[in-house]
Design a binder for this molecule. Structure first.
Ligand code: C5P
Length: 209
């Protein structure tokens, strides 16, 4: 299953619910770019393609749970490095493995990100484009930051999401866009539960047909 979405539209939450319900391996691909974005911040001058390649080849999925990856600073850095074709190619290989060779205990996989339908899993059985309006997304992300005790103003979050939307949609390689064959889910006025109900109904209909 493939999901594309702008930041903070609820795709991660839905992907997690779907993965549990259908026993699918879940990969939040944004976390890989965030991991590389953090590497860029920490390593500064020592940052190189070889470093990224060697780190990604040895990466343990547990490191993607590191809370520091959730910060706005890391998100911005991720969006900048994600423009780079060579970085995307390194990440692509890793993602392909997760998508098409998930651990045996799972029935399949669900990946969410920006280029999952357009590049990574063009042949996915299910394709969803999940979105919500910018202010709703900013509010949700702002509350998430508050819960995590990350200090940032609502306006800063709004500005940052607007900036990332622009970078992610206008870049040359793997830009975020909705394909004709993906199903649009707008979560602006939907709760997590209502969004999941909607997605599940669509999936079950296809599975049972
Ligand atoms: O989804 P998340 O907000 O964690 O993603 C962080 C950044 O990583 C995005 O703004 C985007 O630039 C990049 N990304 C990407 N392709 C993906 C997933 C994320 O370019 N498949």
């Amino acid at each position: 299953m493939a999901i594309d979405s702008p930041a903070a539209a609820g795709a991660g939450t839905q992907a997690r619910l779907i993965s549990k319900n259908y026993n699918l391996f879940y990969l939040d691909t944004g976390k890989i770019y965030r991991y590389i974005g953090l590497l860029k911040i920490n390593k500064k001058d020592k940052f190189s393609y070889n470093l990224v390649k060697s780190k990604i080849s040895r990466i343990k999925l547990n490191v993607l749970k590191n809370k520091v990856l959730l910060t706005n600073e890391v998100a911005q850095s991720a969006s900048k490095i994600a423009k780079d074709k060579k970085i995307r190619d390194i990440v692509h290989k890793f993602q392909q493995n997760c998508a098409y060779n998930p651990p045996k205990k799972y029935k399949g996989s669900v990946l969410d990100g920006r280029d999952i339908i357009t590049v990574q899993m063009k042949d996915a059985m299910f394709k969803f484009y999940i979105t919500a309006n910018l202010k709703v997304r900013a509010k949700r992300r702002f509350y998430e930051y508050q819960n995590l005790k990350i200090k940032i103003s609502y306006n800063e979050v709004l500005k940052s999401l607007r900036n990332r939307d622009k970078l992610d949609k206008e870049r040359k390689y793997g830009p975020l866009k909705k394909t004709k064959d993906s199903i649009l889910i707008n979560t602006s006025k939907l709760s997590k539960k209502a969004s999941f109900k909607k997605i599940k109904a669509i999936m079950d209909k296809k599975i049972n047909n």
